[in-house]
Design a protein around this ligand. Structure first.
Ligand SMILES: C[S@@+](CC[C@H](N)C(=O)[O-])C[C@H]1O[C@@H](n2cnc3c(N)ncnc32)[C@H](O)[C@@H]1O
Length: 352
């Protein structure tokens, strides 16, 4: 029943999760191809070219990331490029896609992704050239700031639906138990998540939001009160006791003592971190024995390779991983987690 309810929230917001995942694939694929196309990559490959010549022409480094981009294009469902006797060429039978036709076949509730995909996909060019860009630079670039975008985008129904699903996946005793407790929100983003969690818990839980990107943290700090009002004009009063506090920190290095919190929550963040296994161990460390660890995380293969390449354009982002790995990282900490796909809704009780 809890699972059905959780799935229902997600279904209502974007329809079938698998279908939404496929549509999301096509959007990210389009913008990665577009970023390469703007560089003249496909024009250059109208003639077969040796790998080394391509690297020199575009200033790409011969690293694992570059090879993965080439492999992805080669083995893409449409084989955008082909390889013959060691030389690469654009596949003349595969026209580059057009965003209008992709969006025409995409649920309008997912159209917001195209703005995000466009901004993020520019970063793959820097990564191909081994420029040292990390998460903060990616979020705060002057030309394609994701921070400003997230301010509006976090408003998109899917994020709220997944958060609602995370709470629906808890037992009613657990939801009641959380009131009056201390919760750490890891990767708090723009503050919308903080405001929603705060309301889900009737304003009775003390929330500490952490995020390593200063711009995101500023948004959270600045937006919290307005968001609360927007989400529920009759919200409970905010007092010194229940006002969230925000702190700059990475999930992989939480600046808190062991057992500092009763619960932790995260959503859509582990792929951005440099080491999701370490983030799991940090969450387990700061939540007290018997406390709750819950949230959501998307996994391979639901998350497509193009989105993964875009996330990994940050030198210190791990990218997406498999559900089995996630479960194992918790098992390594002595925890058995309850993890429902496709949205990776998770709940676990910390070891006593
Ligand atoms: C897609 S947003 C999700 C934000 C929020 N959880 C939500 O769902 O509204 C990803 C967030 O992960 C944060 N992030 C990136 N690296 C992180 C890290 N190492 N530890 C914690 N959060 C991180 C980003 O700054 C950003 O706010």
């Amino acid at each position: 029943m809890r699972l059905l309810k959780a799935y229902w929230y997600i279904f209502k917001s974007v329809g079938g999760a698998m279908k939404a995942g496929r549509q999301n694939d096509l959007i990210f694929r389009y913008f990665v191809l577009k970023a390469l196309d703007k560089l003249g990559f496909f024009e250059y490959l109208k003639q077969p070219r040796a790998y080394g010549d391509i690297l020199v022409e575009f200033g790409f480094s011969d690293g694992e990331y570059t090879q993965e981009i080439f492999n992805t294009l080669l083995h893409d469902s449409d084989n955008v490029i082909v390889q013959n006797h060691g030389a690469y060429a654009v596949n003349p039978e595969v026209p580059l896609p057009e965003i209008e036709s992709i969006l025409a076949k995409t649920d309008p509730r997912l159209h917001f992704l195209s703005e995000m995909a466009e901004s993020l996909s520019y970063n793959i060019l820097d990564r191909l050239r081994e420029k040292d860009i990390g998460v903060t630079e990616i979020f705060e670039r002057d030309d394609h700031s994701v921070v400003n975008m997230f301010d509006g985008l976090m408003d998109a129904g899917i994020y709220s639906a997944i958060r609602r699903a995370c709470f629906a996946y808890l037992t009613s005793e657990e939801r009641r138990w959380l009131r009056g407790k201390k919760l750490i929100e890891i990767g708090c983003g723009s503050g919308r998540e903080t405001a929603e969690i705060w309301l889900h818990l009737g304003g009775e839980t003390s929330i500490t939001g952490v995020d390593p990107v200063p711009g995101m943290l500023n948004l959270a700090q600045d937006n919290f009160m307005d968001l609360l009002k927007e989400l529920d004009p009759t919200h409970p009063p905010v007092t010194d006791k229940n006002r969230p506090v925000f702190k700059e920190a990475s999930a992989t290095e939480l600046p808190f003592d062991d057992n500092s919190f009763d619960a932790s929550f995260w959503a859509f963040i582990l792929h951005w971190t440099p080491d999701p296994k370490k983030a799991v161990s940090e969450a387990v460390r700061v939540v007290r024995p018997g406390g709750l660890i819950f949230g959501s995380q998307a996994f391979k293969p639901q998350v497509n390779q193009y989105l993964d390449l875009v996330i990994r354009s940050s030198r210190n982002s791990y990218g997406f991983f498999w559900r089995e790995e996630y479960i194992q990282w918790f098992a390594d900490e002595g925890l058995e987690i309850d993890c429902a796909t496709p949205a990776g809704i998770t709940r676990a009780t910390n070891k006593a």
